[in-house]
Design a protein around this ligand. Structure first.
Ligand code: FPP
Length: 246
């Protein structure tokens, strides 16, 4: 089955894909409002889009996909919206666990899971445990995640190790610091995609995105299709990455 149409085949170079794609899944609320639906319907549609895009990323050979599902700031939303998102995640993970042996996608969670409802937290840990040996494609779900929070935790952890006499401040390198982040051992994202029309970073992967290419689109996340992903890949491939060089 072809993964793309003839015209797109010439546009995306599937032999030189980004290794790691990160996505801020934005615009669920506006998608719902424009259809006269409750915001929670937007999140439900967004969860389906996530499923489609994750499967497609695996099909085309993306090694890492990281998505922003719930930020440290999202607790400020109305309680019923927070609980609807938690419920969607719970449903998604229950289904994912059922199909795990078939899909063989490694799953990880970035963020402090301790404030989550017990059942959801247990499902996250179970999903990580079952999929730990899978290879080929890894999906990271950022849950109760904040970029500044992540950096602070890594700094506190390093400071504590210094205070305990296990490390000295001069030892600290970017590589060592990276090992204290939720993303330890995972390459930095090459491409960060933000649908929904806003052009900001919103506390997402602040350390890891130092040299990422950003792609913004007005399309709301529930409408973000495989074709929209191919457009983002084309834009990425048209850019020259210099990492500060010339
Ligand atoms: C941002 O849109 C979206 C969220 C805060 C929630 C994202 C959650 C999901 C897609 C559901 C579950 C996820 C998985 C991985 C199964 P918004 O509500 O800020 O939209 P708006 O800016 O239009 O209001």
């Amino acid at each position: 089955m072809p993964l793309f149409s003839k015209s797109e085949e010439t546009a995306v170079d599937f032999d030189h894909l980004p290794r790691h794609i990160a996505i801020i899944m934005d615009g669920n609320g506006r998608w719902a409002r424009s259809r006269g639906l409750p915001r929670t319907a937007g999140h439900a549609a967004g969860a389906e889009t996530f499923r489609t895009i994750a499967v497609y990323c695996k099909e085309i050979g993306i090694q890492y996909l990281t998505v922003y599902a719930f930020s440290t700031e999202n607790w400020k939303r109305p309680a019923e919206e927070v609980s609807a998102i938690m419920d969607l995640l719970r449903k998604y993970l229950l289904e994912a666990i059922e199909k795990m042996e078939r899909d063989r996608v490694k799953m990880r969670f970035f963020g402090d899971l301790s404030p989550l409802p017990d059942e959801l937290r247990d499902l996250c840990l179970r999903t990580e445990e079952i999929s730990t040996h899978y290879e080929g494609c890894q999906v990271n779900i950022c849950l109760n995640y904040g970029g500044r929070d992540e950096i602070l935790r890594a700094a506190q952890n390093f400071a504590a190790q210094c205070a305990a006499g296990k490390r000295i401040p001069q030892e600290l390198t970017e590589e060592l610091f990276s090992r204290g982040l939720w993303s330890a051992g995972i390459p930095d994202p090459d491409l960060v995609i933000r649908p929904g029309g806003e052009e900001r970073v919103s506390n997402f992967l602040l350390w890891q995105s130092a040299y990422a290419e950003y792609y913004f689109t007005k399309v709301n996340w529930p409408d973000f299709s495989k074709e929209e992903l191919r457009k983002a890949l084309c834009a990425y491939q048209s850019r020259q990455r210099r990492y500060g060089g010339i």
